[in-house]
Design a protein around this ligand. Structure first.
Ligand SMILES: [Zn+2]
Ligand SMILES: [Zn+2]
Length: 143
């Protein structure tokens, strides 16, 4: 199964440990232009197998405990307020505490922005920073 994994190592974005590539999930069926098997990272995140399985266990446990509070389909997401068909469990990855049920976009978005208030505040600061006129003229603003 591991014959399609490139040699080398990666730093896990969760535990920050550098581990051999065999600890990460790679595409098993990517083919190069020359018809050779190519090993590429399976996902954009670089979570090692140990961290992935640990996280999955936390999610499974929280899902069982908090299933009764899961909103019914077609309810508004408590984060973005959009009507949501399928809710995902949201938890603090550091403390492993349950935060709520939100839509997939919010769950992925929170994660990508650092899964913390600090990360979101950085994004708000960025949005509120006046952009140079050159960029504005290039973009959405009329002069
Ligand atoms: Zn890890
Ligand atoms: Zn949402």
């Amino acid at each position: 199964m591991n014959d399609n994994i490139q040699e080398g190592s990666c730093v896990c974005s969760v535990c920050k440990e550098e581990k051999d590539n065999s600890h990460f999930s790679f595409y098993q069926d990517r083919i190069t232009k020359r018809g050779e098997k190519a090993g590429y990272r399976l996902r954009v995140n670089t979570n090692c197998r140990e961290c992935t399985s640990k996280n999955n266990k936390v999610v499974q446990r929280l899902k069982k405990i908090h299933l009764s509070s899961k909103p019914s389909p077609n309810s508004p997401c408590p984060c973005c307020h959009r009507i949501t068909l399928k809710f995902e469990i949201d938890h603090d990855h550091k403390t492993e505490e349950f935060r709520g049920w939100i839509c997939k976009d919010c769950n992925v978005g929170l994660g990508k922005l650092g899964d913390s208030k600090e990360g979101l505040q950085n994004a708000i600061m960025y949005l509120e920073t006046p952009k140079p006129l050159a960029i504005q003229n290039n973009g959405f603003f009329k002069i």
